[in-house]
Write a new protein. Sequence first.
Length: 352
Amino acid sequence: CRLLCKPSALAQHLVRSLGRSAALRGGRSPWPRWPQLQMLWQLLQPPEPEPVVARELLQLPDAGPWGAAGGGGGVSSPVLLLIPNAAGKVTGGLLQLGLRALERGFIPVIFNRRGHNGCPLTTPRLQPFGDPGDLREAVTYLRCRHPSASLLAVSEGSGSGLLLAYLGESGSSSRLLAAACLSPIFRGRDWFEAGMPWFYEWPLLLHLKQGLSRYAGALAEVVDMDKLLGSRSLRELEETLFCRTRSRPTSWESYWERNEPLRDADEAAVPVLCLCSADDPVRGPPARSLPRELFRSSPFFFLLLSPLGGHCGFPRRGPGRCWAHEAVLEYFRAMAEFLRTEERRKGLPRPR
C-alpha cells in the first residue's frame, strides 16, 4: 500500500501506526487478480456469526424517519457509525466490520436512510445522493445519547458520498473525532454517467426498485412510478427520482451542483482515511476517479492506495477476511492516541 497525503505531524503518526499494523503486513491472497469475484463475494458472503441488532427510529424535522441498528457497549465506549452504500445494501463486509468493532469495545450503529431496510417512509421524500441532512440529525441524536463518548464514522462504497458531503458541509462542527471511507465514490456525477459492470449494477438496481415498490402509492404523488420502476440503469432511476419530480423538477446539472460529495471538501476539518484499490471495477480507473490533488493539499484527507482489492473486498488469505477492517480500526486508535498526546502537550482541556 501507498499512503498519499500532505506532510504533517498527524501524517507522520499515521504512517508509524499503520506501519506497525499486522493487517498491512499480511500474507498474499490466493486470488489477488480477480476484483470482480472479490466484489461479488463481499456482497454475498453473510457474516459469521449473524449479529443481533436493536432498531431505533428517529423523528426528523419534516416528519420523515431514519433507521438505526446498534449493538451494546459501555457508557463511554466510542460510537462507530456505519454507513451502507447508496442503495442501502448492508453487506456482510459492513456487518463484519461492526462485529470486529464490537469485539474491541466500540458501540457499532448502522445508519439506514429513510425508506431503506424496512425503515418506514412517512413523507413522500427520499434522501438524495449527497444530501447530509438526515445524517446530521442522526449524529446530533447519537451525541445526545452518548455525550461523553468519541464519535467515529465509516462508510462503504457509494455511501461515502453522504459522509464526505456531511464532513464538508459541517466543517469543524461535524462532532466526529475521525472518519474513514472504504472504496469511496468521489465524483458522483461521473460515476453515474460512466455506469458499472452489469453484474454489480443490476442487483443494486433491483434492490432499490424492490424497496421503492413498497411505497409506490405515496411516491406516485411526486414521481412517475411506472418510469421509476422501469429504469434500466442507476442513472435513469436517480434522475427520475430526484430530477423529474412533479412538484419541483430540476436539471441533472443542478442536481449535482447540490449533491457532489466533494463540493465543500476544502471545509472539512476532521481526519478522513480513504482506502482504495487501483483495480476497483466499480469506481473506475484511478487516473480519472481519484482526486489526488485533494490528498496532496488538504491536511485532513489521507489516501491508502492498494494495487489490489477490488471494490470493498481487500481480501487477506482468501475470502471472508478483510485487512481493510483492521486497518480502519487501527487508524481510529491512532487518531485517538494522537489527539490525547496533543492535548497533553498543549495543556488543552478535553472538549465536552
